[in-house]
Write a protein that binds this ligand. Structure first.
Ligand SMILES: CC(C)(COP(=O)(O)OP(=O)(O)OC[C@H]1O[C@@H](n2cnc3c(N)ncnc32)[C@H](O)[C@@H]1OP(=O)(O)O)[C@@H](O)C(=O)NCCC(=O)NCCS
Length: 204
């Protein structure tokens, strides 16, 4: 049961990633990243890395008229994960499938990762992000992460630099207060989300 409590009025849910989710996660992964992780990386993370924690985001329910048989499987819209060692959470990945970006779902996933990390004892959140990925950097800044370093030519596909971003003291009352304020705004935004997808993008 993930640490983030999402109000019932918000039509999305976050669950721990399970083995049977990996194939669907891989479809999003291949679309989202120029250097996608291979499937075995997720298998290793889920089963061989005790410090790894991965979550998936889905619609809360599918609204249909009349009974549907078999009941539809709720599509995964995004996912993310982190490694916790010992009180530092290193966000290893986060992605929302392209058709569902720009609606607050990346923020919901990021918030779920932060809450999970805090519940497991994290006091610092850190990650690497492509220097050109301004969308992700904006999201991280919104949650208090600041650029603390640069790794030159970190990404092998185009020799792009990575920025290291982090925020310390996430257990502090100040940071908790900031999270609560952001959460309230996010719930209001997501409650008025548009129609919920019945199928994965590309599938009918
Ligand atoms: C990064 C990513 C997860 C963000 O998810 P998203 O659902 O599009 O983002 P949200 O709608 O939740 O927006 C959250 C914040 O991100 C930033 N953001 C989102 N879209 C943006 C845009 N088009 N331009 C600038 N900033 C943007 C804003 O800070 C936004 O907060 P705001 O709505 O209050 O302005 C998503 O774009 C993605 O999956 N990208 C591909 C994979 C990736 O780059 N992962 C990050 C690796 S480090």
């Amino acid at each position: 049961m993930p640490a983030l409590e999402i109000p019932e009025s918000v039509p999305f849910r976050v669950d721990p990633m399970r083995w049977e989710d990996i194939a669907e996660v891989m479809e999003i992964e291949r679309r989202a990243f120029s250097m996608p992780w291979p499937m075995r990386a997720y298998e290793q993370e889920l089963f061989r890395n005790p410090n790894a924690h991965y979550l998936v985001l889905r619609p809360r329910e599918v609204r249909t008229v009349g009974p549907m048989f078999p009941p539809p499987r709720l599509p995964i819209l995004g996912y993310g994960g982190f490694w916790l060692v010992p009180d530092e959470a290193h966000i290893s990945t986060i992605a929302i499938d392209a058709p569902w970006r720009g609606r607050g779902l990346g923020e919901l996933m990021f918030l779920a990762l932060i809450e999970e990390a805090i519940a497991l004892g994290a006091n610092l959140i850190t990650l690497e992000v492509r220097a050109s990925n301004l969308v992700a950097q904006n999201l991280y800044r919104k949650y208090g992460l600041e650029v603390v370093g640069r790794r030159p030519r970190y990404y092998r596909d185009n020799n792009e630099d990575a920025l290291v971003m982090s925020v310390e003291g996430v257990r502090s009352p100040d940071y908790r207060g900031r999270l609560e304020a952001l959460k309230a705004q996010l719930w209001a935004r997501l409650q008025s989300a548009g129609p919920i997808p019945l199928h994965r993008s590309g599938a009918n």
